[in-house]
Design a protein around this ligand. Sequence first.
Ligand SMILES: [Fe+2]
Ligand SMILES: [Fe+2]
Length: 259
Amino acid sequence: MLNHRAEETDLTSFIDEVKQFVHQHESRQLVEVTFGDLIKRAPLSREKIKSFLACHVAGVRDVPTSILTLAMRLSHECMKYDYFGGHAIAARTLFAAVHEYGLHNTEAGIEKTHFELYRDAIHSWGFTVEEILNDDSIFPACHELTDFNEKLAQTGPIAMALGCHLALEETADREFFLLWEGFGRYWKEYGLSGMDDPALGFYHIHIIQEPLHGEKSVEALIRYLQLVPEQKQLVMDGARKYMDMYTKWVEGFYNIFAN
Ligand SMILES: [Fe+2]
Ligand SMILES: [Fe+2]
């Protein structure tokens, strides 16, 4: 029992290190400037809004599916070690996926998925789905990021995919808050109906849900690593790799907004 507790403390401080790595990463400043200052300084042109939406939509393409895939793989894997408790570990990862699928309040039924909210946003900005999905300004880092996430969740080492997922949740929180705040600042100039316009709904839902996703990812990681402590380093590798790809992605947005 004592050993078990010592191991848990050790894993908790390791995960804190991973989180610290994400929060102190060089890209954090770039995120503040790109999604903060550059969006807040003045209303953006319609062309820039369109490019932003196209690239952002392309960059988050795999998020719901990759979390779901990872939760399923984790469930199978954990069952090998803990037949009855394995799903409880995967439930911590699945938690974020059910939000993505609009299932956060099953009593109320099925609500809009995050992607339906993003589709509503596109329409509210006055664009068509086709225009956004086929926009020719989508830069390569958008596809690189999504392909990386998707492949890692599908076939990569589970510990690495969990590290990547934690980094994703921890970065998305600030990103979506800044986007909501920045675009919201000029809602009148953009012709929106207010801070609760559907154009901002996709960002707003994440402000509410994202902190819990980060928390639950930490729980999943600690429980998983208790089963396979030798895979610890893979978690950090996943977070590092994600932050590399994420930084390139944010740089792409910097180029759109700054030029
Ligand atoms: Fe989401
Ligand atoms: Fe999330």
